[in-house]
Design a protein around this ligand. Sequence first.
Ligand SMILES: [Zn+2]
Ligand SMILES: [Zn+2]
Length: 579
Amino acid sequence: MQRLKMAVMMGLAFCATVAGAAEAPATLVLIKGQVMTMNEQRTLAQAVAVRGNRIVAVGSDEEIQRYVGKGTRVIDLQGKTLLPGFIDGHVHPVAGGDRLGKCSTDNAAKSVDQIVKMVRESCMGQGGAGKWIEVVNVNPANFVATAADLDRISTTQPVILAGIDGHTSWVNNAALRLAKIADSTPDPDGGQIERDAKGHATGFLKDSAQSLATDAMPKATNVQRLAKLQEALALLRSKGITTVQEAWASEEDLGLYDSLEKSKKLNMRVRAMLASKVEDDEKEYKRLAAVRNRFKGHPLVRADGVKVFADGVIEFPTQSAAMIHPYLDANGQPTSNVGGRYFDVEVLKRYVTRLDKDGFMIFVHSIGDFTTHAALDAFEAARQKNGATDNRHAITHLQIVDQGDFPRFAQLGVYANMQLFWAVPSEYSVEALKPYISADNYRYMYPAGSLKKAGSTIYGGSDWPVDSVRGDPLPNTPLAATQAGMLRMELSDPDSKHKGEVLNADERVDLDTMLSAYTITAAKAMKQERTTGSIEVGKLADLVALDSDVLAAEPKAIGAIKVRYTVFNGAVAYQAAAK
Ligand SMILES: [Zn+2]
Ligand SMILES: [Zn+2]
């Protein structure tokens, strides 16, 4: 924030358009605020005028006053912060909406006995005879459950516990039968059916193996899915988010976004990462290009990215993230498990090189250092073949990164998309992880500071619905992540055992890095910095008004700051209830 302080000391620099006395009135004016424009100079201002969906002036209260006319809506910011609308660079609104309102354990650490008891007490009303019993947001860290355990919930109704991380599910025997999972069923590409010493499927399904079960479940209707998606988008807007990078979009999902836009209910900019399989297959390349073309010129939806699911998750007992060195056992001795090798390194290179040539942005899910190294190798191969293409590829998560790879992000122009809300002590990062990887890997977990020092560009993303706490289905907000990135301390979860502890203090980053990671830097990473990401004349009027002054706040208070107004495309799209 050094630059900001300088701007304040030297006197505010304003950037209002040259305006005569009789300026055409604005449709919306926001005044008396601490406007953090997030422009190149990080200029601060007091007020903003909006006409239609564009910002027409930014400046002092006095300068903006003359845009107020008869029909102008005026919002008094009460001295609090106004920022560009937040950009969530990794989120799953369709999947998140689907979980809302379901029987949930809210990510609380629970034993299988506790979950069986909870489900029997409060979740049996779902469906009736033969219908699925579904429990969502199960905390997978150190969680072990077998099909026999879940038969205690029901032997006649299929039961599925869905891990909050999206990579883990546990099912009972009735569900195994419906999913046609037998001991002889092979692991699907990109997933694992856990088996016991005798080769029997245990009921624990990792990564893509989960779809064997979920595909056997009844599908929600289109009307139900649209309603859930709207609910999810409203929740995101209530946290100040005006653009999402949808991180796994099927063609069906894109249809939902499109129909919301057609009925003028979308109120969100959507940049979709298309769901695809890593296969060097001409038919798949053609399909992806056709989907992108369908959305060319769409007012709110772009479909020019491709998601690569390159590994799983790192916590015990799942341990499907691909690691250079094997996972350790509880005594610190190396095991034979190096995680899921879900792709062929050479195929990944060909796939990435081809999609890069076709102009797609590639977004790689990578938790383990083996995967990140392979992804960087693939981006390097693409650059050698195609030259620098400005497709702004990214690797997302980056939990463990080999130190030798830190400088390669800047060298290859690959963005680092991080979920720093997770970079705090928790049962995920401590109990389910610390014993199982080397101290050296642990020291560099979520290496935001090191990556930044090595010149890489970090932008943010929640990966929602991969978080939920008691009383809040979306705790991983840009402001909560900002606090976590600055402090690396757990302060959001009311039930945390790790309050006050710090995870890798050397990897902290500053306020400006975090706020820009959810505004202008995210806009650049998503190639929409000419229209969004900062409060500047001519840009689209996506804004978020907070109930506090971020610059004056203690870092440990930033996560709890609430949104008062979210302005999308020039109109108020969320307004907090009056206190
Ligand atoms: Zn992921
Ligand atoms: Zn994700």
